[in-house]
Ligand binder design. Structure first.
Ligand code: ZN
Ligand code: ZN
Length: 51
C-alpha cells in the first residue's frame, strides 16, 4: 500500500514515485490528482517542499 505524499490518500495506480530531489533518500509518491493540480509535496526526510 502506498500513500500520496501530498494528500495522504492511498494510491492504487495512476501515481508517480520518485526520490526527493533534495536529499535523494525519501521516496515521494504523488497521486494522479495531485500531479495534475501541481500540488506541493513535502519530503518526510529533509522537509524539502517542491512542485
Ligand atoms: Zn495526492
Ligand atoms: Zn528530502
Amino acid at each position: 500500500m502506498k500513500i500520496c505524499s501530498t494528500c495522504n490518500k492511498e494510491v492504487a495506480d495512476n501515481f508517480v514515485e520518485f526520490r526527493c530531489p533534495s536529499c535523494g533518500k525519501a521516496p515521494i509518491i504523488r497521486c494522479f490528482h495531485c500531479r495534475k493540480t501541481a500540488k506541493a509535496y513535502k519530503c518526510p526526510e529533509c522537509g524539502f517542499e517542491g512542485p
